[in-house]
Design a protein around this ligand. Structure first.
Ligand SMILES: Nc1nc2c(c(=O)[nH]1)N[C@H]1C(S)=C(S)[C@@H](COP(=O)(O)OP(=O)(O)OC[C@H]3O[C@@H](n4cnc5c(=O)[nH]c(N)nc54)[C@H](O)[C@@H]3O)O[C@H]1N2
Ligand SMILES: Nc1nc2c(c(=O)[nH]1)N[C@H]1C(S)=C(S)[C@@H](COP(=O)(O)OP(=O)(O)OC[C@H]3O[C@@H](n4cnc5c(=O)[nH]c(N)nc54)[C@H](O)[C@@H]3O)O[C@H]1N2
Ligand SMILES: [Mo]
Length: 751
């Protein structure tokens, strides 16, 4: 039943615990629920397959074992349900296409390879051997390896990712788009340029020492719930916390810690000391203004605000930045941000007071046209006060998928630097291509042009996660072969090439036993900590293969003669893979030895550890950016596409967005009450959302209006239902990330 109520003021607490147990029991039954929830994020357990927030170390065991959405992610994978053969026999491809993403996910784990033969209407079971031969036949038939694309989602372990990219490069292409292209690519692009490393520069210890933590464009209560425990610790130590967000996200406003009984019954901790209800796309203007005010404050009281000695010894571009930012168009800043000058001044005072500031961010910043400039503007503000490479300070992009950062370290990137490729070639005695491959947005263009022959996906749900949903579907249908290595069914399996394969695989929770014995994999979290993950559940079917085994099986048919790569040995013993990773991947030197000695370690980060900046001039760089924002015409609004509390990306756990008060539906659009009134609309009415990019209209139909305290002029709706509104040509400058926040739309009433 659809029910819309007032948004919640508090997050987590008892309802969070109950919600995950309810879901766990539905999917796994009582005994398995107990076993699974006890093992999550523990030593010798498996890494939570949900977000990339760091796992608790021994010091923090109490602080973060439990997380509602982590528990749901685990239950979703560890479900006892299986998709039976009869399901595929009873549903044609057309039938499958009519089943919603939510219903497909609920069917359970897939247990055997399924093949759609050319001209057939139904998937049929097929042996692993035949499945691998189908892939090999197609790949070997291509004259140009660049006609194949190899996508990766961010759950793939380091070991599987490393072998996968080795295989793809041995095959002859760098076409390795990944989910990161749609996620934190803007962060990587900006940070590499200005501080010399694309990764965040803040560890958990550092975060807890902060005096000011600013959380920009991120909804941790839903998407990184364990982060709230650490914000709470920092808060108790005296940190100020500011949320910069068009929505008052309950997790940041008030948090009831599910780890402690007081969090179950007490009032909870009011986390945010200030909420800047920013207009979508106003962040660059905001941080430009903060920089301006910091410079003014320093001029008024020299030597008290900026860290001049840091600026002199470690940075470049300060003079230019200061000159560029000496004058500010306050009217433009207020329009861009929707904030008052007084609010921005109050915010800046917190920086002035703080001796150690961390700025965290996620998709609310990265998925904008000017995301790269915005992130460099944030770094400007940090650099002014020397807030990098010291306790309690630094830029902290919070990654999405649990191993998305590790996948990049392993070489999953369409444009890995030559130094990496040189080491890879040397390690395996072959020559990998140097021509850059294509990223996710470019893959959509190629699909649109009918120029992709083989589409191979290591996890994920490309057809739903990308812009221009229909264009992508058409392009996938024009492929000779589509292959998905997956744990469960999703929409991408229903959009098939002339031939199509679904290759089921083990997940993080599954026990992985090879002839050489039980195997563990490794992952790297958002803060650069690497550790082992060992599944402990009986796999859904005995013949299920790990991602490692699947890559090795295919590679040994497609590129048996390329280089010296012992595919069969790798499939047996993952420590052999780690030895190779240790010689090829930056920061992973002596990987296997260090891992055995310590069980896990923190990767070095020059800027964080030593204030060494591996940039073009060996300094942290100030950037002078022109003010950019998103003006709108009357009758037009800015749309952000975001996650509900009951989904993991395209995986829909249920129809409850509890914190935002939405129950039983996902077809909603959140609108400010004053905007509703101005547009002559009312809560509860149905509308079409119509986007307008470069004069082309795209439409998502049948959304219910929800009157909601979002910023004026800004509306919000869930992804992936609204991906039909996005254009693959609308991308962030410099990072090519599809724009998923800040689409210009109008609302058309339909009843
Ligand atoms: N349970 C769960 N956990 C997840 C995921 C999931 O789907 N479910 N997904 C994982 C992945 S891959 C990722 S990348 C992360 C995503 O984590 P988030 O980035 O938190 O995800 P979104 O739901 O896209 O939320 C974007 C936030 O930015 C705000 N925002 C939107 N536009 C703007 C803007 O212009 N300026 C500012 N300042 N704020 C803005 C929105 O109001 C919202 O709070 O979470 C990861 N963890
Ligand atoms: N409009 C809009 N679009 C967006 C975003 C947005 O905010 N708005 N966010 C973007 C972001 S941040 C991201 S990261 C992408 C996400 O894009 P993807 O990573 O492609 O999508 P997911 O929904 O995370 O993929 C889920 C599927 O992965 C498979 N899977 C799960 N676990 C495993 C495993 O262990 N191994 C294998 N092989 N498969 C597994 C399952 O079959 C499941 O259905 O979407 C992007 N798209
Ligand atoms: Mo993501």
């Amino acid at each position: 039943m659809v029910d819309i109520e007032q948004p919640k003021k508090k997050a987590a607490g008892v309802p969070a615990v109950l919600s995950s147990f309810k879901f766990g029991l539905r999917e796994m039954g009582a005994a398995r629920t107990g076993k699974v929830f006890l093992k999550m994020n523990q030593d010798r357990g498996f890494d939570c397959p949900s977000c990339a927030w760091p796992d608790p170390d021994s010091k923090r065991k109490h602080a973060a074992e439990f997380c509602e959405n982590g528990a749901k992610a685990v239950a979703w994978e560890a479900t006892r349900k299986r998709v039976p053969r009869s399901f595929f026999a009873g549903h044609s491809i057309d039938d499958l296409g009519k089943i919603s993403e939510f219903e497909l996910g609920k069917l359970g784990r897939i247990t055997e390879p399924m093949l759609l033969r050319a001209g057939a209407t139904h998937y049929e079971p097929v042996g692993w051997d035949e499945a691998f031969h189908v892939v090999a036949r197609h790949l070997k038939a291509l004259v140009d390896p660049n006609d194949a694309v190899f996508y990766t989602s961010g759950r793939t372990s380091n070991e599987a990712a490393f072998l996968y990219q080795t295989f793809v490069r041995a095959y002859g292409t760098n076409n390795l788009p990944d989910c990161s292209n749609m996620c934190h690519e803007s962060s990587g692009t900006a940070l590499s340029r200005v501080i010399g490393s694309g990764k965040g520069a803040v560890t958990l210890d550092m975060l807890e020492e902060a005096e000011l933590i600013v959380v920009v464009g991120q909804n941790p209560g839903t998407n990184a719930p364990r982060m709230l425990s650490h914000l709470e610790i920092a808060k108790k130590k005296g940190a100020d916390i500011v949320s910069v967000n068009p929505l008052p996200e309950p997790g940041l406003m008030n948090f009831k810690n599910p780890q402690r009984p007081s969090g179950w019954v007490g009032k909870g901790t009011a986390l945010a000391d200030q909420h800047l209800q920013i207009r979508i796309g106003g962040d660059q203007a905001l941080f430009l203004a903060v920089g301006h005010l910091l410079l003014e404050a320093e001029a008024a009281a020299p030597g008290t605000v900026l860290d001049k000695s840091f600026i002199e010894s470690h940075t470049s571009g300060y003079e230019l930045y200061a000159k560029h930012n000496s004058e500010l168009d306050w009217a433009a800043v207020e329009q861009a941000t929707g904030l008052t000058r007084a609010e921005i001044e109050e915010f800046t005072q917190r920086f002035v007071k703080s001796k150690a500031t961390v700025i965290c961010w996620a998709m609310g910043l990265t998925q904008h046209r000017e995301a790269v400039a915005t992130i460099t503007e944030i770094v400007n503000v940090l650099l002014l006060q020397g807030n990098i490479g010291k306790p309690g300070a630094g830029p902290c992009p919070v990654r999405g998928h649990s191993n998305v950062q590790g996948d990049r370290s392993m070489g999953i990137w369409e444009k890995m630097p030559d130094a990496f490729l040189d080491r890879l070639d040397h390690e395996f005695s072959f020559t990998s291509p140097r021509e850059h491959g294509i990223d996710a947005a470019e893959t959509v263009h190629r699909l649109r042009d009918g120029a992709v022959r083989v589409f191979f996906a290591m996890g994920g749900n490309f057809a739903s996660a990308t812009p221009d949903t229909e264009v992508v579907a058409e392009g996938l249908r024009r492929c000779d072969l589509t292959v998905h290595v997956s744990t469960k069914l999703n929409r991408s399996h229903t959009i098939v090439g002339r031939e199509a394969l679904i290759l089921p695989t083990l997940g993080r929770t599954d026990h992985d036993h090879t002839p050489a014995g039980p195997q563990s994999v490794t992952v790297e979290d958002s803060q650069g900590a690497v550790h082992l993950s060992t599944g402990n559940l009986l796999p859904p079917a005995p013949e299920l293969k790990s991602e490692v085994a699947i890559v090795c099986g295919i590679a040994s048919l497609v590129v048996p003669e390329i280089g010296e790569i012992p595919w069969a040995d790798f499939a047996d013993d993952y420590s052999l893979i780690r030895q190779r990773i240790g010689r090829v991947c930056d920061g992973y030197e002596d990987f296997e030895q260090r891992l055995q000695a310590t069980g896990g370690f923190l990767l070095a980060h020059a800027a964080r550890d030593k204030r060494v900046f591996k940039t073009s001039d060996a300094r942290a760089q100030f950037s002078a950016n022109e003010l950019s924002w998103l003006p709108t015409e009357p009758g037009r609004l800015l749309l952000q596409t975001m996650r509900s509390h009951d989904q993991f990306n395209t995986t829909i756990y249920g129809l409850e967005d509890r914190y935002r008060g939405v129950h039983g539906t996902r077809e909603v659009v959140f609108v400010n009450p004053s905007d509703l009134a101005e547009l002559g609309l009312e809560d509860g009415q149905r509308v079409d959302i119509v986007s307008e990019f470069r004069g082309v209209e795209r439409r998502a139909s049948g959304f219910r209006l929800v009157s909601y305290p979002t910023a004026r002029g800004c509306v919000a709706a869930y992804y992936p239902e609204t991906n039909v509104l996005m254009s693959a040509d609308d991308v962030a400058k410099g990072s090519n990330t599809p724009v998923a926040k800040g689409l210009t739309v109008r609302l058309e009433r339909t009843n």
